[in-house]
Structure formats: C-alpha cells, structure tokens
Design a protein around this ligand. Structure first.
Ligand code: GLA
Length: 380
C-alpha cells in the first residue's frame, strides 16, 4: 500500500470519515554544491521520491492533534500556548513550524490528522525538512493563507534554527518546498532564485547510504560555518560567495593554512556547481560525473567532512563501469553518498557496489535508485 493510502486508511479508522486534505513534502539528495548554502552560494539538489505525509481535517478550536504512525505516538498542543522542547521529539517539528508561522503573522487554525513518512531518519536525506514543510502545508490547507515556496522554506529554516536549535542553511527546506518532478534545482542561496534542469537522458541517480551515523555532527558543522565566516571577514566580504577562484588564489596565502583549505572548498565548489548546471544544460553526463568526483575530493581533503565509510562507498561506486561519478552528499561525517550512473546499468551497479562495500568495510549499506519528485503539495 502506498503511503498516501496508508495515511488515508488510518485517518478513516481514527476519525470515521475521509480526510479533508492529504499533504506531502519530500526529502532530498544534493547532486553538487555542498556546504555552500550558508555561504550565500549555489546548491544543486533534487527532491526525492520519499516524503513525509499528513492526512488531516480542520478543527474548530486552536488545537493540533497528531498521530505519528512511525513513532506509534499521539500528541496534542494548543496554538496559543506552544510548549518549548526540553528534548526534541517528532512533535516539536510541528510545534516549531506553528511557532514561526504565528511569529510571522499567519493566522493559524487547528487540525487533526495522521502523520507518516518514508524518508529514513538521520541518514542525511532531510527527513526533518520534509516534516517541517509538510506541516507548513497542512496549516496552509486549513488556514487558507497563500503558499509561497521560498517564504515557507525560510520560515521552516527558522523553526529549525531557533526552535529546534540546529544551525542549518536553506538548501533542505528550499528543495523540499520547491522541487520539480524529473528535474534537479539550481538554487541561488542568496536570492533564492531557482532554475530547474533535467538530468541527462539515460542516467539514474542512486543514493548510497553507508549505514553509518556520526555523533557531534552539529558541533563540527558549526565549526565549519565559523571558519567560512572568518575567511569572508578577512577578505572584507559578506560571504564567500563574493570571491571568485582567480581572486581567491591570488590572495589565499593571506589566510592560515586551515582556514585557506576550508575557504578553497567553498569557492571552488560554487564554481563546480555552476559548471554542473552548464553540463546539465547540454546533457553531458560525463562532465557532470567528473564534477561530482572533484567535489568529493574537495570535501574530503579541504573541507574534511567525509569519513572512511563515505570514502569507501564513493570509491566502490567510482570504480564501477556504469558510474559517471559519485560523492558524499549532505552535511557529511557519515550518512549518504550519491552517484550518477547509466540508467540501464543501475540494478547491476546497486548489486556490485553493495557487495564491494560490504567486503571493504563490513557495514550494511542501503542503496536506492531514486527519481526527482515534486516539492511540497497536496495529494487530494
Ligand atoms: C546540511 C544542512 C544544509 C547544508 C548541508 C551541507 O544538510 O542542513 O543546510 O548546509 O548540510 O551542504
């Protein structure tokens, strides 16, 4: 049974009628443009065919009642008395979104419904952004305010930053809000302008989950952000987005060696991301794959956010005859890599990489052939 059917059926069992709305928001995988979003730079993700779903109906009072099928947990909260989280649980994503929307002046109505999703939690495929955006979409349906993808993405990012305490950039929320079916989305993280491009014909995107999760990701992520900000400050710039590769190379020796490597990743990654757009526009899969390979090397050696498991799975993928290029994706330190492969070779690729990776590391990976899907929306 599809998730749409699952949440619909469970809603009927719980509430004795069909839901008034069924809403959905996807997870994402980033093809290229890593750790560039908080430097006002460029990212090139696609929304994936795994998503968070809510089947719901409005309530007359200002309460939200939600039943999570995945957590087997039922929670309730009042919109005019939002409880601050002591320890973050799934319901706090819904409360955080309600908080930020009300802060921004949206008049919210209550609702009740059933929540479920198939974005693996904690693997770096943005299950949190999916849950935030699907919640925003639920409030949009019952409250009747206008849906603007960029405004909703910014609101959900703020919920994540200020309510949940995670200092992420805008990429995950923006692609979950604005994804386009069968296309990847180049996002300018300063203007939030988006340009979509189709993946080269005959290619498939594979997500390679290393099966490893790392602690302390938040503190390492924040440390990278600070190093980037320090480099921008040194050059008298708002953000590293504002320096191109030749100027950076001329002035790089002014920075201490560590800050120089961090900044070099961001500056060259922005350039690679724009070149990836050009490669996609002429359907050049080989060029796109090569840029992904270079991105991984830069993340591994200059930004130092890869891990032995990520390096191993990327090497297994790149060694395969069907692969144009593979790299780690998302924040790093564990989680997933992404590969661009020949579509007809995709099932064989998955089998071979699984075997090679298990032999090399002993870890159990999960590999998904994925498709670009539409951003947050209403199913019925
Ligand atoms: C995480 C953050 C994003 C982005 C990536 C790295 O996924 O949530 O905002 O910074 O890491 O590109």
């Amino acid at each position: 049974m599809s998730l749409l059917e699952t949440v619909k059926q469970r809603f009927r069992d719980e509430f004795g009628e069909d839901p008034a709305f069924i809403v959905r928001a996807p997870g994402r995988v980033n093809l290229i443009g890593e750790h560039t979003d908080y430097n006002d730079g460029f990212v090139f993700p696609m929304a994936i065919d795994r998503a968070a779903w809510i089947a719901l109906r409005p309530r007359e009072d200002k309460r939200v009642l939600a039943l999570s099928l995945d957590m087997e947990d039922r929670r309730e909260f009042a919109l005019d008395d939002l409880p601050r989280p002591a320890e973050v649980a799934w319901i706090d994503y819904l409360i955080g979104v309600a908080w930020v929307l009300q802060e921004r002046g949206y008049a919210l109505r209550g609702w009740e419904g059933v929540v479920s999703g198939d974005v693996p939690i904690g693997s770096g495929l943005s299950s949190s952004a999916a849950l935030e955006l699907v919640t925003a979409r639920a409030f949009h349906c019952v409250s009747g305010f206008e849906w603007n993808a960029a405004a909703m993405a910014l609101a959900c990012q703020r919920a994540e930053n200020e309510w949940l305490g995670v200092k992420c950039g805008i990429m995950d929320q923006m692609i979950s809000a604005a994804g386009v079916e069968d296309r990847a989305l180049l996002i300018d993280c300063r203007s939030l302008e988006t340009t979509s491009a189709p993946l080269p014909a005959g290619t498939a995107v594979i997500i390679l989950d290393t099966g490893t999760r790392r602690g302390l990701v938040d503190s390492k992520y924040n440390e990278r952000r600070e190093q980037c900000e320090a480099a921008a400050r040194h050059f008298g710039l708002t953000a590293l987005r504002d320096i191109n590769v030749p100027t950076f190379e001329r002035r790089a020796s002014e920075l201490d060696p560590l800050t120089r490597r961090r900044a070099r990743h961001v500056v060259t990654e922005n350039e690679r991301t724009l070149r990836a757009r050009d490669a996609m526009n002429v359907a050049d899969a080989a060029a796109l794959g090569q840029l992904m390979i270079e991105s991984h090397i830069s993340l591994r050696d200059d930004f130092e956010v890869s891990s032995p498991a990520l390096d191993a799975i990327v090497n297994c993928a790149n060694a395969d005859e069907s692969c144009f290029g593979a790299r780690m994706t998302g924040a790093g330190f564990g989680g997933c890599a992404v590969a661009l492969v020949r579509a007809e070779g995709a099932p064989g690729f998955v089998e071979r990489v699984r075997k090679r990776y298990i032999a090399a590391t002993g870890n159990q990976p999960a590999l998904y052939i994925t498709r670009a899907s539409q951003g947050a929306g209403q199913a019925t």
